[in-house]
Design a protein around this ligand. Structure first.
Ligand SMILES: [Zn+2]
Length: 280
């Protein structure tokens, strides 16, 4: 199976679904990460912080966009190696785009057609109006999916790409049922407890944007911890499925069969994250 992630910035892939990708890489699935923008402007914390110091380090304080982007790519490559992402596609757009760009849609569609993934993972667009580069990236990814899905050999020199499922990340809604909030919720969870150290090690690479060390642990404890509470495991990553699913019979997961309602809250609180995976 091939999974393709499509995210706005280099670190998004890891923070949103790095654990899930590590599990798939471990299973032997191929993981390709497409990154729309170089992220040089939106996540340049290290450089901004240097200017606040009384005696800024010249090499950091005077880094230009090329330096910042090159460093970010190094960080991404190291993180991808840790997770098991076998290919990174960086489109290197400026991260100042405010709306869907037709040329970027076509670029993404061409990459989808070249890679032929069964699964695509992208950010949940959440809303179309409030400026959020992640939502715009997903808008472009969905438009690209539609475009790649209608390629015709006569017209485009290539066949259509039937992506089988799209999993959307980043929806901060962890209802335990299908009825609350009119059904708006993550509806699919992956237990990342066994690979949470791998996710932390990958996040520890993103020093330029301050995602390493204590922040990585805070994010995993809170964000993946809350998803884990909803999923009944220590740490989870949460997804919304874009397409309906068809089964041969009504599905009940192994996790649902194995869960003990009386001790669930103890079982999913058993990992001391900062003790097991201290800041390096
Ligand atoms: Zn981002």
């Amino acid at each position: 199976m091939k999974i393709m992630t499509i995210y706005a910035h280099p670190a998004d892939t890891i923070t949103n679904c790095g654990g899930t990708l590590a599990l798939h890489a471990e299973r032997g699935d191929e993981v390709v990460a497409l990154i729309v923008s170089h992220g040089g402007r939106i996540h340049a914390n290290k450089y901004a912080e240097e200017w606040r110091k009384d005696d800024p380090d010249d090499t950091v304080a005077t880094a230009d966009l090329d330096d910042i982007v090159a460093n970010k790519k190094d960080e991404l490559e190291r993180a991808a190696g840790i997770i098991g992402i076998s290919k990174i596609i960086t489109l290197d757009h400026e991260d100042t785009y405010a709306t869907v760009q037709e040329d970027m849609v076509e670029q993404i569609a061409e990459q989808i057609a070249a890679e032929q993934p069964e699964i695509v993972i992208a950010d949940h667009p959440r809303n179309p109006a409030y400026f959020d580069p992640h939502a715009v990236a997903t808008g472009m990814a969905l438009a690209a999916l539609a475009r790649a899905g209608t390629y015709l050999r006569n017209l485009d020199g290539r066949d259509e790409v039937p992506v089988r499922q799209v999993f959307l990340t980043g929806l901060p809604v962890y209802n335990l049922d299908a009825l609350s909030l009119n059904g708006l919720r993550n509806d699919c969870y992956v237990d990342i407890t066994d690979v949470v150290g791998t996710k932390l090690a990958a996040m520890d690479q993103f020093v330029s944007q301050g995602y390493h060390g204590v922040f990585a642990r805070k994010l995993v404890e809170s964000y993946n911890g809350e998803a884990g509470r909803a999923a009944g495991v220590n740490f989870a990553e949460a997804f919304v499925r874009l397409y309906n699913e068809t089964h041969q019979h009504l599905p009940v997961t192994d996790a649902a069969l194995a869960t003990d309602p009386l001790t669930r809250h103890i079982a999913y609180s058993s990992v001391n994250l900062r003790g097991t995976y201290p800041v390096p």
